[in-house]
Every structure is written in structure tokens, then in C-alpha cells.
Write a protein that binds this ligand. Sequence first.
Ligand SMILES: Nc1nc2c(ncn2[C@@H]2O[C@H](COP(=O)(O)OP(=O)(O)OP(=O)(O)O)[C@@H](O)[C@H]2O)c(=O)[nH]1
Ligand SMILES: [Mg+2]
Length: 375
Amino acid sequence: MIEKVAMIAVIGRPNVGKSTLTNRLTGDKVAIVTPKPQTTRNRIFGVFAYERTQMILLDTPGFHKARTRLGEYMVGIVKESVADVDAVALIAEPVDSIGTQEELLIQHIERIGVPAVLLINKIDTLKTKQMLPIIDRYSKRFAFDAIIPISAKSGDGMAQLLEVFDSFAVEGPQLFPDGMTTDQPEKQIIAEIIREKLLLCMEREIPHGTAVEITKFSERVPGAAAAGGDAGNDVGNDVGDVGDVGDVGDVGIDGFAEGFEDGFAGANGGDVGSGGVIGGFLNGNGGPEWGDGDVGSDIVGIIDVDATIYCEKASHKGMIIGKNGAMLKKIGQMAREDIEAFMGAKVFLQTWVKVKANWRDSQSSIRNFGYTSCT
Ligand SMILES: Nc1nc2c(ncn2[C@@H]2O[C@H](COP(=O)(O)OP(=O)(O)OP(=O)(O)O)[C@@H](O)[C@H]2O)c(=O)[nH]1
Ligand SMILES: [Mg+2]
């Protein structure tokens, strides 16, 4: 029986493990995780019950010196989140110095006057005695309510952390229904899965300049006549349509279909220029991380997903597509496996790549891609 709620903003520089911690405590993969900084772009709720408390973690983008309007948006989300919660969990790398980003965040916490705990993450990477100078340095800088060494990866320190988080809970009814682990809509989670694969597969600035838009998300009725053939026709038509858009627009679009043989066979009707349409079978057993549908739905049929990947330069587009479409195929396969595991259903995924120059500095593009303020 939930009687209390604790809203805790998880903040810190990029790559410290905010999303890893949010996923671990939530027990679901609500946020994507990669070894690259600036993975998270939006505020993501991770919801779970701890004893009689509903815990609502606000996973936030990494705090950094913004160089684009998207960066400014991300930093704004962090500041907004801090102002909105019962407590803040500042996560830091286990290093014996307070970095610029940590210092700026501590100053922000001081300004807002919100209770704060410091989580020193990744302690699996160092020896216990190396912890003491780190704790000492931070405790001299700011009166944190607690300083807890943790490993979001291994789970060390979670029991203590949960007790401390619970101490910030306030009386009140639960804000999310039982079993709901995030506020992210399915379409958004699917777009994020594709972005995760882009971050994992692409190097340097390329993945940071990508955004993913889901343009179709629909369920085929199970057992409906000629489902595969329909899919094929759909694919062929869609591909043709997209080709037209490419002709009219500034740059062409190259597409790739990933799914079932039936759909693939039909997909050959499309005409999309160099990228073409490539299809294939996959085992569909899914990645281990995307859970069993707690966050997803109970769809039992086949789900058609069309996704457009936007990047910033024609050269980036070429690299995302890869030789003979090999890279886009790999990204599509990896994403489809995870989307299937998340949705608990078969997925027919088509991906397209389009260039939108400097979109990260365009307010309207940023908004169109779903990066809109959460308040
Ligand atoms: N060794 C170790 N690695 C960790 C731990 N926690 C997270 N990581 C790794 O650190 C990297 C970044 O993790 P994320 O959870 O994406 O970090 P983040 O703070 O959300 O990053 P942004 O969204 O970019 O701000 C990933 O490669 C994680 O596997 C930990 O406790 N130990
Ligand atoms: Mg993150």
C-alpha cells in the first residue's frame, strides 16, 4: 500500500551512470545507456515502489557546457528538474577532484536550496581506500545529506541509497498506477532504441547529430488475410512515397526494411535510389535488457514501424547507410531485436536516413523531434 511519494532528480555530468542507475532501480530499461557522453536528451521518469513509497526518479541529460541549442535545451532540463523535486541525487565519477560540472551543479543546488545526496558511482573500478579522499573533498565543499559510494552497474550501495531516498518521501497518494515504470510513450522508447544503436555503431560527432522520428507505428491484426502480402505492398508503396519526398526535398532518403520474408518480398517494389531496400530474417529473441513488456504493451500481432533517422551532413548519411546499406542494416537488426523484446511482438521495421543540416541549432527542429520542455 503506497502512502508516500519521493521525487528525486538524478543529475551529473554526461556519462556518470545516471541512466544506468535509473534502469537498475526501476527494474526496467526506461532509458538508453551507451559508453558515449550525452546519450540522454530528455527528462525521463523511472518509477518503482520501495516499501510504502512510490519513488519517481527523474533521469536527466548530462550537465555540460552547451555548444548547440539542443545542448542548451538539455542543460535547461537539468535545471528545471532540480527545481521540481523533493531531493537531488548528484552522481559523480570516483575521482579525487571536483570538476567544473560538479561545482556548477553544487552551486545550483545551493541556489535552489533543495536537499541533496552525493552518489559516487563506478566504485567497482577502484579500491576501497581510494574512496576516502573523494568523500573528504566533497564533504568539505557541501553539506550533502549523505554521500554514498555505489556501483549502478553491479548494484553495490543500493540498499543504503534506497533508505536515504525514502527519507525524502512525503505523504501522499501514488502519482503513477501500479506497474507503470516510466512516463515515456512506446513510440518514444522505440525512437530511443534506434538512437541507442546509432550511438553504439557510429563514431565521433555522427550519432550526436542524429534524431529519430517514428512516422508509422501500427499493429497488423493477427490472422488477417494476406498479412504478409499487404505488408509487402505497403512497403513498396511507402518506399516509393519516400523516394518522391527525396526528389522534392533538399536531399534524398535512403531506406532499409528489416523484418519478415513476406514483407521483404513485397518491399522490392519500392524505388529509393542507392540505399535500396534490404530485408532479412532474424531470430527475434531480443536483447536481455528490454524486459518483458512491463513498459511495453500486450500487442500480440505484428507491428509495423517506420523510422526516419535525421543526421546533419550528407557525408554522415553515407556513413550511417554504409557500404551497400550494411551499416543501416546492422542498426536496423539490432534495434528490431530490442523493439521486439520491448513490445513482446514481431516487428517489421523500416528505417530511412535524411539530412537536416544544423538541426541541433534550429529551435523548430528541436521541438519537432520531441525535445520540448517538460513543464
Ligand atoms: N564500471 C562501471 N561503469 C558504469 C557504471 N554505471 C554506468 N557505467 C557505464 O558508464 C557509461 C555511461 O552510462 P549511462 O548510464 O549512459 O550514463 P549517463 O550519466 O546516463 O550518461 P548521459 O545520458 O550521457 O548523461 C556506460 O557505458 C555504463 O555502462 C558503474 O557503476 N560501473
Ligand atoms: Mg543517460
